[in-house]
Design a protein around this ligand. Sequence first.
Ligand code: EPZ
Length: 429
Amino acid sequence: MDRIRIVGRRPLQGTIRISGAKNATLPLMIASMLTDQTLILDNVPRLADVNLLQRILGNHGVDIMVSGKRPGETALDGQTLHISAANIVDTTAPYELVSKMRASFWVIAPLVARMGEARVSMPGGCAIGTRPVDLLILALERLGAQIEIDGGYVVARAPNGLKGGEISFPKVTVSGTHTALMAAALADGETLIENAAREPEIADVAECLNKMGARIVGAGTERIVVTGVPKLNGARHRVLPDRIETGTYAMAVAMTSGDVVLEGARPELLQAALDVLGEAGVGIAKTNEGIRVTKNGTGIAPVEITTQPFPGFPTDLQAQLMALMTRANGTSHITETIFENRFMHVQELVRLGAHIHLDGEKATIEGVEKLKGAPVMATDLRASVSLVIAALAAEGVTMVNRVYHLDRGFERLEDKLSGCGAAIERISG
Ligand code: EPZ
């Protein structure tokens, strides 16, 4: 299994190109199943999750062609996928595939909406929490689908098609909102979605669906109205930049006292996180290319945050912020409200010399003078990158194990960091 070796205490200087967003790419690829025409997606990141989803969609009969290199393109430019779900030959998503990536459960929406039936394995548990799918099922039931649980599979049927209806989510859910949007797009009549998730990735998917001929109003707000249409068409859409990748590199620069331009980043997609970095004494400036992040050698100020749905502080940046706060001049408090088990990185940061005390969903971080390199273990996608951020500031060598977690959501992480002066290398096998 690959590992990553880091020698810390090198300031980051230069430019990092921000990739397309994983959490927009996955639902956009799934949305292609709503039409028999071709959906072209630009700025698609090269990630393990994207490759796996290609296999999962292929299992339903979806053809995906990746465009070859174009003049002037570099390896850091996103890829272009031509996705055609002209013939859906199988409406079953098997356990072997769905269990590898939770988001693949979302295929249930286009399958039942377009084909009138779907048999999709329940995703099972996850390192960061129980993560049930009851609200996705609720959304489909509100649109008239008959739902049955059979042998670990959710079987959804709508032989006469889905019908517009009212979906009021008891709690904000990104996956529930994606599912409701995709299903309602082909439903007969109008659908009202209340207490919808407002994440930028939701608005990006709605924008693409509207290019395909859907009629969606209000995406990005908590109240969305979808007027169903009988059929959707092909379209071309550029995936928005990854706000979590942006925030991650901003924290890496802050951790190493550097000066980096995050090319292609859009500050409005992660304003809450940038405000917190400002509070911590990090320089954040909007530029024509994106965002410039600077941190001189002076200390990092402690902060207090609670993770919230968008536009609040994103849970997917919680671990990275904790890594930064391990070196703050004082005590920070982080409360995780979205996932019940998202502190797996704490004991690994403690191995690097951090002082962190956990009390249920609250973490108290006492800043320390310095961290010291050690072997550490990645447990999930965001936890693993928090270990990389801490290692970049630690004295000596850190070896991060199980980096396959990183490959799921960070494109060419070592190249992007070493391109800015980090002493980081991947050790294969
Ligand atoms: C999406 O997960 C993201 N994944 C997550 O990013 C992100 O952390 C999360 O949204 C919150 O922002 C993708 O986009 C692929 P939710 P999702 O439905 O949609 C509970 C990463 O690191 N819930 O908004 O699964 C759930 O358990 C990943 O890239 C139910 O109870 O999140 C959680 O506590 C990790 N029933 C809360 O709601 C349901 O049916 C929010 O979940 C659905 C969710």
